[in-house]
Each structure stands twice: as structure tokens, then as C-alpha cells.
Ligand binder design. Structure first.
Ligand code: GAR
Length: 200
């Protein structure tokens, strides 16, 4: 059974979607640990409710990013985590972490990458006037939202959309494609070729 570790910062609705798919028997994986960089992340409560080990690791306690990431790697490896899932984790992982889990870190971003990387991508999409936006699951590399793309889901953008309404529409799509990408990984069906991911 694939052991996954989930990194979160906030509400954890993507975490919930993954938990639900596992509990429904549709995803053969086990969440070994949920780690938050924020003490008040609701995602921690969701994990606890499902009997999943969860932990707040305060990045402020470490002098350098490298040390903080060292702690994350230690906790994940102690639990035998094979795949790291960033689910609304609002930090850029550095070279050390990415090397330790080489091609084994996934991220979800609420835009159709490579459009609108970085912060508030839904607002960026609205301000740019695009007619279609969506979400992207990709393998994380050292860049900001730059790694090889696994799956994308598109949604329409309407004239009267606000950041909130567009975010909600995209989030619904995220809940479909993130568990799907993890399922493909668990079945050994993702092959990274340069900057592309081939689905076998
Ligand atoms: C999601 O929309 C996710 O794509 C986004 O944060 C939200 C987290 O929601 N992530 C990023 O913007 C990362 N750059 P959730 O906590 O309810 O899963």
C-alpha cells in the first residue's frame, strides 16, 4: 500500500477529498501523516477526525529553511512515506527537500499552469480576462509551480465571477483531479520524461 504524507497550511478540503477516496476504497493508499506549518490549520482537525496522525511543525522555530526541511524529511521518512502531497501548503520547498524526495512530491495549483503561478492565481486569471481557468497537479521541482504536469482540469470563467466564486469552482475540480493523480501514481502509471509526464 502506497504510504503518503500530506503537507497542509489551511482548510484541507483537498486532504478531505483524498481521505474520502481512500475510505471509499477507490484509492489504494494510506495517509501516514499530515503535517501543517500553521497551528490553526483546519486540515489538522480533519486528519484527527479520521484517526490520521497529524502534527504542527512551527517553521519559526528553525534558524534556516534547510533545518526546517530537515525536520520535515525526518518525520516523513520515519513513517516510511513514499509520496509527499502538498495540499494547500503555502511554502516553496527548497532543493534539499526536493532532492530527498526526488520526483516524489506532488503539488496542486489553482490555475492552468504555466499561466498564473505564485500567489492568488484566481485573481490573476480574473484580472487577465481569461475565459477558461482551472487547476493543475504537477510534480514539484525547485521552482515556483514549474514541475512536470500530471493532470489539469478546466472550468469556465464568467463575467460576474469574483475571486471567491472562481476559487470555489476551481476547488471542486481540484477535488476530482488530485485523488485521480495519486491513483495513477499508486498504479505506477506516471512516467516522467524530461518536463513531461506520460500516463501509461
Ligand atoms: C487550493 O485551492 C490549492 O490549489 C491552493 O490552496 C487551496 C487550498 O485549499 N494551493 C495553492 O495556491 C498553492 N500554491 P484546501 O486547503 O481546502 O485544500
Amino acid at each position: 500500500m502506497l504510504k503518503i504524507g500530506v503537507l497542509v497550511s489551511g482548510n484541507g478540503s483537498n486532504l478531505q477529498a483524498i481521505i474520502d477516496r481512500i475510505e471509499a476504497g477507490e484509492l489504494q493508499a494510506e495517509i501516514s501523516i499530515v503535517i501543517s506549518d500553521r497551528e490553526d490549520a483546519y486540515a489538522l482537525k480533519r486528519a484527527a477526525r479520521h484517526g490520521i496522525e497529524n502534527m504542527y511543525i512551527d517553521p519559526g522555530k528553525f534558524r534556516e529553511k534547510r533545518e526546517y526541511e530537515g525536520k520535515l524529511v525526518q518525520v516523513l521518512k520515519e513513517r516510511g512515506v513514499e509520496l509527499v502531497i502538498m495540499a494547500g501548503f503555502m511554502r516553496l520547498l527548497g532543493p534539499y527537500f526536493i532532492r530527498e524526495f526526488h520526483q516524489r512530491v506532488m503539488n496542486i495549483h489553482p490555475s492552468l499552469l504555466p499561466s498564473f503561478p505564485g500567489l492568488r492565481p484566481q485573481l490573476q486569471a480574473l484580472e487577465h480576462g481569461v475565459k477558461v481557468s482551472g487547476c493543475t497537479v504537477h510534480f514539484a521541482d525547485e521552482g515556483m509551480d514549474t514541475g512536470p504536469i500530471i493532470l489539469q482540469g478546466a472550468v469556465p470563467v464568467y463575467d460576474d465571477d469574483t475571486e471567491e466564486t472562481l476559487s470555489a469552482r476551481i476547488l471542486e475540480k481540484e477535488h476530482q483531479i488530485y485523488p485521480e493523480a495519486i491513483k495513477l501514481y499508486s498504479e505506477g502509471r506516471l512516467k516522467i520524461e524530461g518536463r513531461k509526464v506520460r500516463i501509461l
